[in-house]
Each structure stands twice: as C-alpha cells, then as structure tokens.
Design a protein around this ligand. Structure first.
Ligand code: PAF
Length: 326
C-alpha cells in the first residue's frame, strides 16, 4: 500500500507540473513466509535498495506467505515472466538446475561460516550462474540456517526414534533419500499444505531451520523440537530472465547491489534467530533436545546408503571438495 501511495504521489506531482508521468515498472515479489521472517526482511531490503538506487523507476508489490503459490509455482511464474522476483529455499531448485542439489546433502557443512564461504566462493557462484540457462537469473545466495526436526510423536535422539515417522520433506530428492535411509516415512509436500497437514495429523512432523520454525510459529502445531542440524538450507534471490532482459545496465547494477544487501540482511536475521530461537520456542512451550556430536554421527551413519546415491549423482570428489573447503 505504502508503495502504491508513493507512486500515486509522484505521478500526481508530474501531472500538476504539466509533465508526462514516467511509467513505473511493477516488480511482483513472492515468498513463502511472513513479512517479519528472514524472507520478508530480505525482500524489504531488496526493495529499499532498488528504490534508493533507481529513484522510483520500480514499484514493488509483495506477496508473502505463499500468496502466489508454492515455491515451484512461483519459479515457473518467473520463467514465464508473469512474476518478476522471488526468494526461495533449495526445496525445488534442483528441479531447475540439478547441480544445486549438492548443497542439500546432509552433514555437508560444518557450520554457517563454512556454508557461506562455499556459496560465496567459486562453487556457489558457478551454480548461481547456471540459472541463466533456464530462464532465471540467480542474483544472490541467502540462507535459512540448519534444518532441525519437529514432530508430535516423540523426542528424537537416535535413528530408531524416527522409524515410521510421517515426516514432511521438501519436494527434494536429496532430502527424501536421507529420510528414507533413516527409516522414516517421508512425505514430500509443498509448503502451503504443511501447517494444515500437521494440524489434521496427516503428518507427524516436518523439518526446517529455526528461522522458519519461529517465524511460522510451528510451535502452535508441533510439540517436540530436535536440534539435529542434519542439513544446511540455502535460499536464493531470483529474478525472471524476461524481466532482466528488459533492464538497462544501470538498473541491473541496482538490482545486483540490492540482492547482495538483501542476502546480508537475511544472514543477519539467521544469526539472530540461531542465537535466540531455541529460548523463544521453549517459552512458547516446545520440548527441545539437541543431538550430541555422537548422536549426530549415528544419524550420519544411518544414511550411508543415501550417500552412495549422492556420490553417484554429484561425484564423490565434488562432494568432498565442498566438505573440505576452507
Ligand atoms: O520447508 C520448506 O519448504 C522451506 O524451507 C520454506 C519454509 C518454504 C521456506 O523456503
């Protein structure tokens, strides 16, 4: 609304001066989470910087909370040129650029600093550039943090505790293979269906980072939180290639700068929620346990058969080059 008023005011001033109003280009930006989530904060920063750099040539319309559909639908909208921008997880990105899936391999990264260094380094930047071949422009890697398991059945300490657990995964074959190998009963599902499926008991649990568990208030539908950190969850700021091709070089530079600042804002949000999120969720009534390094090692060992598949798909040397990246 704020932006519509600003656009109207600017147009009105030009008309009053007898000058033709310059056309503003609309940027529809869709994302799965609320305006006060890490995605909302990043989308807001993206808009702010584009506006500061281009002087109101663009007007942004935000569609938070999956207002334009699931992440896959939104990415397809970008390819068609009906949606201009999005911030998405790696949930469905591998369906568009298969190499992206390597970042979803469980227990790949030691910590956030390791993941950020890989995404910002040559490996991450090469993969980002590949989106250009599929009607998309990958502007920057953001992130959600490390994913943890929530559920309503029981606390989780060993792989035996997830046996038969109906757990929602993203529509991502790498995650699916891991939960199958663990002995769970994974159900891939688009995010907009998750909360109602948890409420109705169609699934027992799900997995997401603290950024999502806190901002989507999953404590309202989940009892147990296990800090498993089983996989890092990158996010990406993408724009539509048809839209991008209509921009001049100065505008492209503004969007690139804005995406970098948006990604920094997203990482800042994640740093904060990683520090405070567990306390927040305990205060909201969740029962929380953290896996010890030994317990984590047991989970990693339980998915060895999935690793055989990952090595086949991405190459063992490539996976290890990420593991050993300094
Ligand atoms: O679990 C997912 O699908 C994603 O992490 C989410 C919540 C849509 C954020 O991108």
């Amino acid at each position: 609304m704020k932006f519509c008023f600003r656009a109207l005011a600017a147009t009105g001033a030009l008309v009053a001066l007898g000058l033709p109003a310059a056309a503003q280009t609309e940027v529809k930006i869709g994302y799965a989470l609320a305006p006060d989530s890490h995605y909302g904060v990043a989308a807001q920063k993206f808009e702010e910087v584009v506006t500061a750099e281009t002087g109101d040539q663009f007007t942004f319309t935000h569609f938070p909370s999956s207002g334009l559909g699931g992440e896959r639908d939104v990415i397809e909208g970008l390819q068609l040129g009906t949606i201009e921008a999005t911030i998405v997880s790696s949930g469905t990105l591998a369906n568009f650029v298969s190499e992206t899936g390597v970042f979803d391999v469980p227990f790949l990264f030691r910590d956030l600093a390791h993941a950020r260094a890989v995404l910002d380094g040559p490996i991450g930047q090469d993969i980002l550039a590949k989106f250009d071949d599929v009607g998309l422009v990958g502007l920057a890697w953001g992130e959600q943090g490390f994913r943890h398991i929530t559920n309503n059945r029981n606390p989780i300490k060993t792989p035996a505790d997830v046996a038969g657990l109906k757990i929602r995964t993203m529509e991502n074959p790498v995650h699916l293979a891991a939960f199958n190998a663990m002995g769970a009963a994974p159900t891939p599902m688009a995010w907009p269906e998750v909360i109602s499926s948890l409420q109705q008991g169609v699934i027992d649990g799900q997995e997401n980072p603290l950024s999502v568990i806190v901002s989507a208030k999953l404590n309202e539908v989940q009892k147990y939180l296990t800090l498993s950190g089983h996989v890092y969850s990158p996010a990406m700021l993408l724009v539509s290639k048809p839209f991008w091709e209509g921009l001049d070089d100065t505008q492209k530079a503004a969007f690139e700068k804005a995406a970098t600042e948006a990604a920094t804002a997203m990482r800042g949000y994640v740093d904060n929620v990683e520090a405070s999120g567990v306390e927040t969720l305990k205060e909201r009534g969740m029962e929380v346990n953290a896996l010890s390094p030994e317990e984590k090692a047991e989970f990693q060992a339980s998915i060895q058969s999935a690793y055989d598949g990952y090595y086949k798909t991405y190459g063992e040397d490539f996976v290890n080059s990420i593991v050993n990246f300094k």
